[in-house]
Design a protein around this ligand. Structure first.
Ligand SMILES: Nc1ncnc2c1ncn2[C@@H]1O[C@H](COP(=O)(O)OP(=O)(O)OP(=O)(O)O)[C@@H](O)[C@H]1O
Length: 256
């Protein structure tokens, strides 16, 4: 049963001066859930995520992440979560092994734990040939898979993935999602942003943010029923076309 809430968000708000980037959002995420956090460019996803991982102090509202409060214990949150950003993943000028050792050290793993984890990753990801290669020489899909594994080195309760599959081919994205499923099955909660609507279909539940507000939140199946459409792509477009909403569609919707 996926019942225990590991993220609890209540009226969470972030303002930059007069501009409200995140407007009183509320939701819960359960243990082991794959929670998709969707929205067009500029909708407020990254700002919301930064509050949840203890980087931005909220303007108002409240949130508990991995049992820690975002105002009182942001550093405890950081120790209990993994984070993989699209822009920053691994050090290109270190080998795969050196990256694992480096991040293992940052996450507070002992030498023997790092050794054990390195052996485990080599085995799981078939890295025998590449472990001593510079990360910069590897294809993007490999980097992203290794980066995801590195974000899990310290067995975090929740892993936040900010567009983790951006720019890779559909087969590699599918393989990446296999890793996500396996991780969630082991009880780690996945909080993932994506612009790929086929990936939204893979999530247990999906929230859709529009101009700082969460405009829809449910399972992909129920959202499609609610909006009377057949794909998540259509749900997304329908929200975007709502007459009460104006949406900055920079990147648009990818659906390959
Ligand atoms: N530090 C900041 N100061 C002022 N405005 C900001 C700041 N950070 C973000 N914003 C604004 O807040 C809004 C939400 O930005 P945010 O990066 O959270 O959106 P996003 O949904 O993550 O978009 P993307 O998909 O492009 O990453 C945007 O209008 C952005 O310009």
């Amino acid at each position: 049963m996926k019942e225990e809430a590991v993220i609890q968000v209540e009226n969470l708000t972030k303002k930059f001066g007069d501009f409200t980037a995140v407007n009183a959002i509320s939701f819960e995420v359960k243990k082991g859930e794959i929670f998709g956090f969707l929205g067009a460019n500029g909708a407020g996803k990254t700002t919301a995520m930064k509050m949840l991982i203890g980087i931005y102090k909220p303007t108002s509202g409240n949130a508990q992440v991995a049992s820690f409060n975002v105002y009182k214990n942001p550093n405890e949150i950081k120790k209990n979560i993994g984070y993989m950003s699209q822009k920053f993943a691994l050090y290109d000028d270190l080998t795969v092994k050196e990256n694992i050792t480096f991040f293992g050290g940052i996450y507070g793993l002992s030498r023997s734990q790092i050794k054990e984890k390195t052996a485990q990753l080599i085995e799981e990801l078939n890295l025998q040939e590449t472990v001593n290669q510079l990360v910069g020489t590897l294809p993007l899909g490999w980097k992203q898979k290794i980066s995801f594994s590195v974000a899990l080195l310290h067995n975090p309760k929740i892993v936040f993935l900010d567009e983790p599959t951006s720019g890779v081919d559909p087969i590699t994205r599918r393989q990446f999602w296999e890793m996500i499923y396996e991780t969630a099955n082991n009880g780690t909660t996945i909080f993932v942003t994506t612009h790929y609507m086929d990936e939204a279909e893979y999530c247990d539940r999906v929230s859709i943010m529009v101009n700082g507000n969460i405009e829809a939140l449910d399972t992909p199946k129920k959202l499609k029923k609610q909006f009377n459409v057949v794909t998540m792509n259509d749900v997304f477009l329908k929200l975007a076309r709502s007459p009460s909403l104006t949406l900055p569609f920079g990147k648009g919707v990818k659906n390959d």
